[in-house]
Design a protein around this ligand. Sequence first.
Ligand code: PMP
Length: 402
Amino acid sequence: MDWQKVLAERNTRMKASEIRELLKLLDQPEIISFAGGIPDPALFPTQAFADAMHATLTGPASGAALQYSVSEGYRPLRDWIAGQMAAIGVPCDADNILITSGSQQALDYLGKLFLDPDDTALVTWPTYMGALGAFNAYQPRYERLDPHSNRPVEALAEAASEAGGRVKFAYLSADFANPTGETLDRAGREALLDMAESLDIAVIEDAAYQVLRYDGAPVAPILALELARKGDLEACRTIYCGSFSKVLSPGLRVGWVVAAKPVIARLVLMKQAADLHSPTLNQIATDHVARAIFPEHVARLRSVYAARRDAMLAALAQHMPEGVRWTRPEGGMFVWLTLPEGMDGAALLAQSLKTEKVAFVPGRAFFADGSNGNTLRLAFSVADEAMIAEGIRRLGRLIGGA
Ligand code: PMP
């Protein structure tokens, strides 16, 4: 069978990345990995989940836990999330919340909701590569989102219409972004809202790392700032995507969207059509565990990850040669490194895996136009402090000798 003849056009933009191929080598035990943007499995609240699942499956609601359930998501969990949202400046109803299978599913649905082929999505340069992967299926073009730039919005709108579509949304992770670790300040968030108003587009706020702040003062979510302007969530254009992945467990695939009700209603229809609902038992267990341990667990994660971030920053200062720059994140899991001009992150990875046994993700894949090859992402979430110091020492040696 010649599959090419029957494939839909949208598949042409969906490609396996060369990096994923390289990263398959990571299974070797001697590798020190700064590659995966994943939580340390040693920090999962395993016992709390075991207790919650056992209690659910041996209790009176065991049938319901194994049964189909509503597309909107498990109501008590949505109520708990509503409480969390209120605490960060977004009081809302359970009806403003949809439970998704991780926030990744929300990105796919939002791409499906907004993007016709040749529409424009505004994304940061760099941005989360999984967002590009999700949006690519809907064949958009990308323009650079820079809330601090004073590029006139008319130019963006014109370029979008010349390309045969219109600007539909701005997507960003405002706190401890993947891949840079950087946080957009309040003025940048306000400027972004002004820009979204002028362009009349949606804002997708990806808050996957938001609770993982280690120091510095929290910045209000974009949705909270917009709500403060408008006084009514139903008037807001910001769509907030949250996730339990980085804090409780990514394997259970529980995330959520908060938005005005008409947006939630559309997403619910999409969820019905796609997978009916997120796994019932996982939602119930997440609800139990969140209610039982969330604040203490977050505090524990913060102290462990902060120490790893500090170890990475100290090792970078000690071992990186002249001409290498890096970010100093106040939270999250990533440090973003810029190599001297002309060096290539992917070539460095191939060499590093061979001679230094250190892995990271080359930066190019995080740019919608594949530019900026002289960058790389280092995750500090999984290796312990001693491994971090040793891995960065080796990487500094490699870059210095390159
Ligand atoms: N957004 C960002 C910025 C991420 O880094 C990730 C995971 N790497 C996701 C969304 C998706 O996470 P999940 O689907 O597990 O919630």
